[in-house]
Every structure is written in structure tokens, then in C-alpha cells.
Design a binder for this molecule. Structure first.
Ligand SMILES: Cc1ncc(COP(=O)(O)O)c(C=O)c1O
Length: 352
């Protein structure tokens, strides 16, 4: 009999580069159960539509937003594009611009290109947005000011209240990108959420630190009128309009987001944060002891000035590590990253 070869996904044993992680067991089970559902058609797929409401409610609790509005996106990219889109649609200008720090995720470049919006980026100091630099770029055509709460490369948090105030003064919206940091930040002293500042929209992704199955990003909005800026009529569906970017979308992502948050919010996520932060601090201290210069960890992400050949050697040994734009080694302490994994990573470093 012919043997059929089955392809298997990578395991996470040596993955130090990813902002995703294996789903929580209950999230995996929920994703499988809801595979054939489409919250893009709420009239037909009612259970998953109710679950999506529940997901938004919990995301609202995590980001301190009472009466939250929003939906489960395909990921942080879609949420950021939609935030820029609603800011553009709401504003009265033919030449809209968005002001963001240089550290903003590249999804804002996609948003700018797709939406014909100018993206203005301001310098950072210690990888954090410079408030004066952002202020200088704002003008009457600014539709949105972006702050990052947990940056992709360095894991740092921008001064969100100051940026929100600048947006408010300019009559622009304030969008916070907490795609990665949003499930760690509630357990820190950072000011990043709707209770800290007049934020209008926020990205927070269950499929990253939230331990939901991919695809499950999150977009939150302060009130319904903001989301209404995204509404498109949907003549042949039972529902009258749609605010999402995609049409048919994954009910598996929605159901798994609810299952993961039911299982982990808040205690489980708090424990994950403590463990991840201890690991990141331990790693930073160990790399420092090896003579490397370290950035962080402000959140569980460590950057070290390892040489490029050294990083390449680690990759050849099976480690999945990434580099910052300046070539430094970047290690993300996600829930699957354990102390013993980091110990064996350092043992491979000793060899060099
Ligand atoms: C801060 C931030 N925003 C947005 C994104 C994009 O998210 P996704 O890859 O889910 O589209 C990422 C991805 O790492 C991110 O770190």
C-alpha cells in the first residue's frame, strides 16, 4: 500500500522570533468546532456572531473600555488599516495624513498606500515616540495620531496620554497599536488604555499573547459612530451593512479568541506576564554578563547587540531568531518560551 506523507507544522521548541504562540488547548478545540462558520454573514451564522460580541466585551475589559465597540479582525494589520480608514473617512480633507513614530509597525505603510493617506513618521528617543517630533508633523490635514503600546522591534510603550492630547487638540483621532502588548500591559504600570487617555481606537490581538488560534486580531473603538465610518451596504445579506475589511472571515478565530480569554483572563494572563517577564529579565542579565549591550526588557522582549554572523550561526543551529532593522538580535518571550529553552539557547551561544 502506498504511504501518504503527511506534512507537519514546525514545532515551537526553538522559536524565539515569533509574536504568535501555540493556542491554548480550549482555543484549539473551539477553533476546530467553529471551522465552518462565517461571522461575515451574521444573519446565517448566529452563534459565532454572538461569540464575537462576547470577544469584544472581554477585549473591552482588558483595555478598560466600557461599552466597547469593535470586531475580530484577521490580525493587527487589518485592525490598523481599518483604524486609518475610519479616521480618513471621518475627516473633511482631500489630503489626509497620519502621524506615527518611526517605530510603528509596517502595516501603517500598507494602510497609507491602500487608502491614499500620507504617512508622516517622527523620530524616536530610546525607541519611543518623541512627543515634540510628533507635534511638529501635525497639521490641519492630520486625521490620526498613532501611538504604539509594545513596539514590534523593541517592545517599548510610547507616551500615550501625551500623544492622545496632541490628537485631541488637532481634532484628529488617536489610535493605539497594542497588537502585541495588549495582553501583557494590564499587569504593568504603563499608561496605554482607554482609562488612561482619550483614545479613539485600539488594536489588540488575541492571536498573539492572547493565545487564540490564528486568525484573531482585534479592533476596538470608543463608540459606534466611529465604526459607522466603515459601513458598506450589503444588499444580498440579511444584515444591512458591513464594517469589516474582509467579507467571509474566520469563525474559528472568533470562537478561539473567546475560549482563550474565558480560560485566561485575567489570572492566566497575569501569570503568563510574570513568567515571561522573569524569563526576559533573566535572559537580559545573562546576555549582559556575556558582554552584550541590551535594550529592555520593558515588556517581555529582549534586544541584544549580537553580531550578524553570530545570529546567522544560531539560525543554522535551528534557532528561529530575528533581527531589528539595525541588525541587533531580537528575542520575544512568548508563552511557549521556557527557561530551559533559553538555557539551551545560551549554551549554543557559549560555543561561539
Ligand atoms: C505592534 C504590531 N502591530 C501590528 C502587527 C501586525 O499584526 P499581524 O501580523 O497580526 O497582522 C504586529 C505584528 O507583529 C505588531 O507587532
Amino acid at each position: 500500500m502506498q504511504q501518504v506523507q503527511r506534512d507537519e507544522p514546525q514545532d515551537f521548541e526553538r522559536v524565539l522570533s515569533s509574536m504568535c504562540t501555540p493556542p491554548h488547548p480550549q482555543a484549539r478545540e473551539a477553533a476546530e468546532r467553529f471551522l465552518a462558520t462565517n461571522p461575515g454573514d451574521p444573519g446565517t451564522y448566529r452563534t459565532v456572531t454572538a461569540l464575537e460580541r462576547k470577544a469584544v466585551e472581554t477585549l473591552g475589559q482588558i483595555a478598560s473600555l466600557p461599552d466597547p465597540e469593535g470586531y475580530i479582525t484577521g490580525g493587527g494589520t487589518e485592525a490598523n488599516i481599518q483604524a486609518v480608514r475610519l479616521a480618513r473617512n471621518r475627516a473633511d480633507t482631500d489630503t489626509p495624513n497620519v502621524v506615527a513614530p518611526r517605530s510603528a509597525h509596517f502595516s501603517f505603510r500598507k494602510a497609507a498606500e491602500l487608502l491614499d493617506v500620507e504617512l508622516r513618521t517622527a523620530p524616536t528617543t530610546d525607541h519611543r515616540a518623541e512627543v515634540d517630533g510628533i507635534a511638529e508633523l501635525i497639521d490641519p490635514d492630520t486625521v490620526c495620531v498613532v501611538g504604539v503600546a509594545g513596539s514590534t522591534e523593541y517592545g517599548v510603550v510610547d507616551p500615550i496620554p501625551e500623544l492622545a492630547e496632541l490628537a485631541d487638540d488637532a481634532g484628529a483621532l488617536c489610535h493605539v497599536d497594542a497588537a502585541w502588548g495588549g495582553f501583557y500591559l494590564p499587569f504593568t504600570d504603563h499608561e496605554w488604555d482607554f482609562s488612561d487617555a482619550p483614545i479613539d481606537t485600539l488594536t489588540i490581538d488575541p492571536h498573539k499573547v492572547g493565545q487564540a488560534a490564528i486568525p484573531a486580531g482585534g479592533l476596538l473603538a470608543r463608540d459606534r459612530t466611529l465604526l459607522d465610518e466603515l459601513a458598506i451596504d450589503t444588499p444580498y445579506l440579511e444584515s444591512a451593512s458591513q464594517i469589516t475589511l474582509t467579507g467571509t472571515r474566520s469563525g474559528a478565530g472568533v470562537a478561539s479568541a473567546v475560549a482563550a480569554m474565558d480560560a485566561l483572563w485575567p489570572r492566566g494572563y497575569a501569570e503568563e506576564y510574570e513568567r515571561a517577564m522573569e524569563n526576559a529579565e533573566w535572559l537580559a542579565d545573562s546576555l549582559d554578563a556575556h558582554g552584550h549591550e541590551i535594550v529592555g526588557p520593558e515588556l517581555p522582549l529582549v534586544v541584544a547587540d549580537l553580531s550578524v554572523p553570530m545570529t546567522d550561526e544560531l539560525r543554522d543551529r535551528g534557532w528561529r531568531v530575528s533581527k531589528t532593522g539595525s541588525g541587533e538580535l531580537r528575542i520575544v518571550c512568548m508563552p511557549h518560551v521556557t527557561r530551559s529553552m533559553l538555557r539551551s539557547f545560551l549554551a549554543d551561544l557559549e560555543w561561539y
